[in-house]
Design a protein around this ligand. Structure first.
Ligand code: NAD
Length: 298
């Protein structure tokens, strides 16, 4: 796409490399963060320095945010120092943070009332995908906003999905990760039981990965060491995708499930198990490290 003036707010583990990829694609990116060090790194990667949110957004056609949680997103968009009070009329706003569905819908509603186009566009894929520009974006918002966002997202990702109306990107993200969190625990239980009954991990993998127990947690990310050489289980569960981040997404899913009165008994149980990893101080391990908990050696 042609060069666009983009403000990028939130230059952490994910936002830093995402902003760099936008600059690499030829956009004029003004980057800002609460951390001066993070801004310095973005400038080294080809971005312009934004001294504040207001300074970064004032001339931008597009604003991208990549912040920790819903409270940060509400503040950065709706407070006086923030995006809505200082961005150009009609600017396109893209929030790629993983946040609660209610905050996403509330902020988008306020933004659209003020005449902005806005989408929620959370990502799947970790720091490696952010760096490589191969993220998956799950986007919620109207058709016109999605059409405007797509070329910007393409500079940072490989798969761009329109999940429906505002907030549906977050819905897709937490439902997918709830399923992943549950399926990982089921996979751990199966491999642990097989081993206890005298069936080795490789043989069980060969059988189950071509039978009806097959799932991504097994074939791409096997929590038992051996069958999938590049899985975190072969490097003592160094992440990958940390258990603490999985726990964040499981909590968001449970919060949404309570509000929607959706019954998610396995989601609730899985959240409790990842919380035990956190309580044991092991939430920095990969989420497949829940194998250690299942084996009783956490
Ligand atoms: P991070 O904590 O590394 O980065 C967040 C950045 O936001 C920090 O640099 C912080 O200083 C900045 N920030 C906070 N408040 C701010 C404000 N008011 N103004 C300006 N900057 C502010 O987090 P991360 O790992 O980059 O994750 C960002 C989001 O992406 C989270 O919602 C996370 O759940 C989601 N996510 C992360 C991963 C991952 O693997 N790290 C994968 C998928 C999704």
């Amino acid at each position: 796409m042609s060069m666009t003036s983009i403000a990028f707010i939130g230059l952490g583990n994910m936002g830093g490399p995402m902003a760099a990829n936008l600059a690499k694609a030829g956009h004029e990116v003004t980057a800002t963060d609460l951390s001066i060090g993070a801004i310095d790194r973005a400038v080294e990667a080809g971005c312009k320095r934004g001294d504040s949110v207001a300074d970064a957004v004032k001339d931008a056609d597009v604003v991208v945010t990549m912040l920790p949680a819903g409270a940060h997103v509400r503040s950065v968009y709706t407070e006086g120092y923030g995006v809505l009070a200082n961005a150009k009329e009609g600017a396109l706003l893209i929030d790629s943070s993983t946040i609660d569905v209610d905050s996403a819908r509330a902020v988008i509603s306020t933004a659209t009332d003020k005449g902005f186009a806005m989408v929620d566009a959370p990502v799947s894929g970790g720091v490696a995908a952010a760096t490589g520009g191969t993220l998956t974006f799950m986007v919620g918002g109207d058709d016109e906003a999605f059409a405007r966002a797509r070329p910007v997202l393409e500079a940072m990702g490989k798969n761009i999905f329109h999940a429906g109306a505002a907030g549906n990107g977050q819905v897709a993200k937490i439902c997918n990760n709830m399923l992943l969190g549950i399926s990982m625990i089921g996979t751990c239980e199966a491999f642990n039981l097989a081993e206890k009954l005298g069936l080795d991990a490789q043989t069980f993998f060969d059988i189950s990965s071509t039978a009806s127990g097959q799932c991504w947690s097994m074939t791409s990310y096997c929590p038992a060491p051996g069958p999938v050489p590049n899985a975190p289980s072969n490097r003592d569960y160094q992440p990958g995708f940390a258990a603490g981040m999985m726990l964040k997404d499981m909590r968001l899913a449970q919060e949404a499930a309570h509000k929607a009165k959706a019954s998610t008994p396995l989601g609730a149980q899985s959240e409790a198990l990842y919380a035990l990893m956190e309580a044991a101080g092991k939430d920095n391990l990969d989420f497949s490290g829940i194998m250690k908990l299942v084996r009783g050696d956490l």
